[in-house]
Design a binder for this molecule. Structure first.
Ligand code: 2P0
Length: 363
């Protein structure tokens, strides 16, 4: 069993030595949940377990420069694509405050954080998962300098633990192609504190699984995920939903092992619509789908009925549609997307992505 206290930095490990300065650069990918995290308790503890596919092309690249300083306290400069970005600072400030008791050494440094996304800004793709994951990997690289005895296993677990404190879904963007976050009876080693790589063999049908993100609405959404999570408190269907997520995760674990694509399609689409049903039945209620989201869903259903190709959709907390399909169907589904679905996207814009394996040290 791991508890949060296991992630408190042992100051005696540094033997009084502090690195004066240095730089690291990490990239971390976005991820797409198949069993959704929606609802949380205090301290970023999820109300139910979730499972995601890690992406490959949609990622954040973050450079962390650290310089030792005499005064204590959290200080940092934030650059987005090389330019100062004041409006991102409060979220990072809050992140540093949340991780301070686990990483007390951050008070000894001034940081310059330079971050860039490979996906277009304001595309409706959340950068909080990849962004918080990339920053957490950098912090752990610094921690490893301070304590060279840090093991690889601890490094990744604590990076995921820290990322979670920044943004829940970020803990699923650290390591592994398929990641489970949240304690679930049938997933060995699963934890509410960090994400783990799916601890079971996955059928070849899911190798290099494709995800094409259809950008239906690139604008800022009207209701943030933080507000959405909060509305699950006292939600009339919350208890049932949280139970269902446990059951769906058990079922999805079997599906991923057996390779049953028909069952995969049914479970994934049901999860997506359930997520949005929770939004529609919150008080106050809200709808993040747009008319074109529904147009796309209907087209996918018609295409699947006609071709029997196991293509399906999932949705994040927004109007964009993730189109999921096996690599073996790539050509035909991409042609369908180009010819039939791209017209429902803003400026016909979509992003071709696929399963990836997690964060990478760039330098
Ligand atoms: C998920 N989403 O599992 C679900 C499905 C969106 C829909 O996690 O408040 O940005 O930072 O912990 O992680 C979005 O919420 O929320 C999210 P915070 P987060 O991916």
């Amino acid at each position: 069993m791991t508890s949060a206290t296991d992630f408190i930095f042992d100051a005696t490990a540094t033997k009084g030595q502090l690195a004066a300065q240095g730089t690291f650069t990490w990239s971390a990918p976005s991820n797409i949940a198949l069993v959704k995290y929606w609802g949380k308790k205090e301290h970023q503890i999820p109300a139910n377990p979730s499972l995601s596919f890690t992406l490959s092309n949609c990622k954040t690249i973050t450079t962390l420069e650290f310089k030792k300083k005499e005064s204590k306290g959290i200080t940092f400069d934030l650059l987005f694509e090389g330019q100062p970005k004041e409006d991102f600072k409060p979220k990072i400030q809050k992140f540093f405050e949340r991780i301070l008791s686990y990483c007390p050494y951050i008070e000894n440094y001034h940081f310059t954080i330079d971050t860039t996304n490979t996906f277009p800004h304001s595309s409706g793709i959340a950068s909080s998962a990849s962004g918080m994951a990339a920053l957490s990997m950098n912090i752990m690289s610094l921690e490893q300098v301070l304590n060279p005895a840090t093991t690889q296993d601890y490094f990744l677990k604590k990076a995921s633990f820290l990322a979670r404190l920044g943004s829940g879904s970020a803990c699923r963007s650290i390591a592994g192609e398929i990641v489970v976050w949240g304690e679930q009876a049938e997933v060995t080693g699963s934890s509410d504190l960090f994400g783990i790589e799916a601890p079971f063999d996955v059928h070849a049908n899911f190798k290099n699984y494709q995800d094409v993100i259809l950008l239906v609405d690139k604008g800022e959404k009207q209701v943030s995920s933080t507000v959405g999570h909060d509305l699950m408190h006292n939600h009339p269907f919350a208890k049932e939903r949280f139970n269902q997520a446990h059951q769906n995760l058990s079922q999805l674990k079997n599906i991923l092992q057996t390779g049953d694509l028909k069952q995969f399609v049914a479970l994934v689409e049901s999860e997506a619509l359930t997520l949005h049903a929770m939004m529609m039945t919150s008080m106050p209620y809200f709808i993040l789908m747009k008319p074109n989201t529904l147009q796309i869903i209907e087209q996918i259903w018609a295409f699947r009925a006609k071709t029997e190709i196991p293509v399906c959709f999932t949705l994040d907390a927004g109007a964009n549609v993730h189109v999921l399909f096996p690599e073996s169907n790539k050509e035909i589904v991409l042609a369908f997307i180009r010819e039939e679905l791209s017209k429902f996207c803003q400026n016909e814009h979509f992003i071709e992505d696929k399963m990836g394996s997690g964060a990478l040290l760039i330098k």
